[in-house]
Design a protein around this ligand. Sequence first.
Ligand code: NCD
Length: 308
Amino acid sequence: MSKHLITVDHVGSRECLERFFSKAEYYSMTPRDSYREELRGKDIATLFYEPSTRTRFTFEFAAHRLGASVVSTENAREFSSVAKGETLEDTIRVVSSICDAIVLRHDKAGAALKASQVSSVPIINAGDGTGEHPSQALLDLYTIKKELGRIDRLSIAMIGDLKNGRTVHSLARILNNFDDINLIFVSPTSLAMPQAIKDEIRHPWTEKDKLEDCYGRVDVLYVTRMQKERFSDSADYERYNGEYVISNEIMRYFPSTTRILHPLPRVNEISPSVDSDPRAAYFRQAENGLYMRMAILSMVLSTGCEPF
Ligand code: NCD
């Protein structure tokens, strides 16, 4: 059984997912004093080679709330020895020898796996390039469950840059654990969900290039931004940015039970005027990230708790 959290495959079973949800729920409902000693004496390193706000803050606050200490490199590309030419492997060998777990964000898909092969402590993938973002997928599922009361029997539209967005790659795959899901992928043709991921999905899915094609039909609108940093041609980015914008006008076509999720940051794909719509769940989703990351750190680090 893996102690690393590199891909959503490491949390595989539904039973295991339920444990994550109930732990996250416990942390969201319970006074802080009840768990603030849980990870006392544990040291966590957060190593971020790409920008982050929510992921890094929620992992670090999660560690603090559980009593662990955190040492962080916010901009590892510039402020770690990588700037002197050190390999990721050497950095991980050294950092893993002096801490209990490493939270790693990297710009290359596969970097977290590479790190796990040389690490003596658990590696938690906080996003590896266009690869995966498993902790985000867990908090996305937890949010869907909290907002809609179930994860089965849902129609979910994923919208935006599905080629480069790692959150949708992880979410599409982790949904294989649930039943009666219908997926609609809405993107420009050149930014479609990668074939390798579509090949793994066991639910029916369709691809559309217009938002209108999912009007009225979905329980979850999972909106993503165009991943500017992954475009080699900035003209392409400018062409697609603004392609799909969720506005109050558009929300008139969806029922009151629909929920809008977004991993954030948003650029302009959700108009700020939608924020006051009760269906806008993305800020609640971001807060859920704290509780889910507490659950992840606890499952990975608590003694006596078999993790995944
Ligand atoms: C996402 C990421 O980094 O992949 N953000 C996040 O972790 N909440 C989504 C994105 O940057 O578009």
